[in-house]
Design a protein around this ligand. Structure first.
Ligand SMILES: Cc1cc2nc3c(=O)[nH]c(=O)nc-3n(C[C@H](O)[C@H](O)[C@H](O)COP(=O)(O)OP(=O)(O)OC[C@H]3O[C@@H](n4cnc5c(N)ncnc54)[C@H](O)[C@@H]3O)c2cc1C
Length: 445
């Protein structure tokens, strides 16, 4: 029997999940097709709306205080110009509702400032509740605790970078051994699980020439390791591994053991805050009735006439499974396959392309013009992506819609540099919501 849905979303990252959720809640029967893990698993889990203006991003000028106020000043090419300030606000409201008290930042329009695991201070609109006590606008003295085996977080170095950037609090860093007999290459998720379940771990005490071992619950054991370094610090920051599933409970236990506020510093891959966020979004999609087909790539499409390039309406996308191409039919399609990182946009000798529908991706012919002369300059390639109209319909080189029932959302869109302007998650949320609602609206018309 043919697979038939109202709306098919290709890509299961923040943009695809937001699209699918919005379309399903608007009454459409939605299917989400996704191949591999999205950038949610490597990104910090922070939701940046707009941290820097495009023209000043490369000059490291001051961060934007109110991202919503700055949206109307963005160039026409920026995806926010399609959805407007109200579209961004509505998407953030959807996000706030889905994540509940797992995130903070909705009490104000102003960007919060948080420390990164590299010791920089970055502006962001929404942050995990687990990171809240780490705001760099907070003046309480902080101790950062790193672990010998978690080499991506060098606590003394992070503390020294923060001090040099002029944060308004005293900060120190200490590196300790994670308690227990974990392998040196134990994954972050293994350490997080130990804290989640509060499993008993072996703790060795050296007493003179003879050592003895006792076993303690993991949270208490961790607190015991940290206590000698506290020295009056009112808050203690750890790399983000304080529980995979229940960070609030792990944090509360550590706070009561340490007598200090505890926070997580968001990390790179594997990002536990990103995975927790993915879990919340997947749960909301399932609840809204989204059907999910994962693990295989979409490799092409069929038009209404049955052959590629033969019409302006897509009838189905083809998913490659065990050497066969399975068609998934729908009335509306949304492309949310990510940018250059997720391979939603690809480049080869002949240029830059969108690999599934061969959508037009504006780019200079000469490869030398893809890069800025300075390493940290504004590289044009960072803004490569597909173009859409205000209804998120994908446009061809002539500014006409490529296919009347194909929209796009998230990092596959061009016209913005998410890393330089700190607007990655915000664009995925705002354009995902807009594309999902527009696709569902067309189905119901
Ligand atoms: C290291 C890193 C750190 C970041 N940190 C931040 C941050 O701190 N704050 C912030 O706001 N943003 C951050 N971002 C940016 C943000 O994560 C992204 O802009 C945003 O999540 C992109 O979401 P997306 O859904 O558009 O794309 P992606 O997350 O790339 O998801 C695309 C999905 O499409 C799937 N896909 C691709 N091709 C196919 C195909 N042919 N068939 C089926 N499925 C396919 C992929 O497997 C993937 O699941 C960061 C990004 C990275 C890479």
């Amino acid at each position: 029997m043919a697979i038939e849905d109202d709306v098919t979303v290709v890509g299961g990252g923040l943009a695809g999940l937001t699209t699918a959720l919005s379309a399903a809640r608007a009454g459409a029967q939605v299917r989400l097709l996704s191949h591999k893990d999205s950038t949610l698993r490597s990104a910090s889990g922070l939701v940046d709306v707009l941290g820097y203006r495009p023209e000043s991003a490369a000059e490291a000028t001051a961060p934007i205080v109110d991202p919503f106020e700055a949206i109307s000043d963005l160039p026409e090419s920026h995806p926010y110009s399609k959805v407007g300030e109200s579209g961004v606000r509505d998407a953030l409201a959807l996000f706030d509702e889905v994540v509940g008290d797992a995130y903070q930042g909705s009490h104000t329009d102003r960007n919060a400032l948080l420390a990164t695991h590299g010791g920089e201070v970055k502006p962001t609109a929404r942050y995990p509740a687990s990171a809240a006590a780490g705001l760099t606008s907070d003046t309480r003295e902080a101790l950062l605790v790193g672990f010998e085996t978690v080499v991506d977080f060098d606590a003394p170095l992070v503390a020294s970078h923060l001090e040099s950037s002029g944060v308004p609090f005293d900060v120190r860093g200490a590196t300790v051994r994670f308690p227990g007999d974990f392998r040196a290459d134990a994954k972050l998720t293994r350490l997080a699980d130990a804290l989640d379940s509060d499993e008993r771990v072996e703790v060795r005490e050296e007493t003179g020439s003879a050592g003895y071992a006792e076993s303690l619950p993991a949270r208490q054991a961790l607190a015991e390791v940290v206590k000698p370094h506290l020295d009056g610090a009112e808050r203690v920051g750890f790399p983000a591994l304080l529980g995979q599933h229940d960070p609030a409970e792990v944090r509360a236990s550590l706070e009561s053991e340490l007598g200090a506020a505890v926070f997580e510093v968001p990390m790179g891959p594997p990002s536990l805050p990103g995975m927790r966020l993915e879990g919340k979004l997947l749960g909301a999609c399932r609840e809204a009735g989204v059907r999910m087909t994962t693990g295989n790539p979409v490799v092409g499409y069929e038009t209404a006439g049955g052959t590629d390039d033969d019409g302006d309406r897509i009838a189905a996308v083809r998913v490659e499974r065990n050497g066969a191409a399975i068609p998934f039919h729908a009335e509306q399609f949304v492309l949310a396959t990510g940018g250059l990182v997720g391979k939603g946009i690809d480049s080869n000798r002949s240029g830059v392309r969108e690999p599934i529908f061969d959508c037009y991706v504006p780019h200079p012919d000469d490869r030398y013009d893809w890069f800025a002369a300075e390493a940290f300059g504004e590289h044009p390639f960072a803004r490569f992506g597909v173009e859409t109209d205000d209804d998120m319909r994908v446009l061809d080189a002539g500014g006409e819609s490529d296919f009347s029932n194909l929209r796009a959302a998230g990092a596959v869109l061009g016209g913005f540099d998410f890393a330089a302007t700190k607007s990655g998650a915000g664009v995925s949320l705002a354009t995902g919501r807009a594309a999902g609602l527009a696709a569902a609206r067309e189905v119901s018309e």
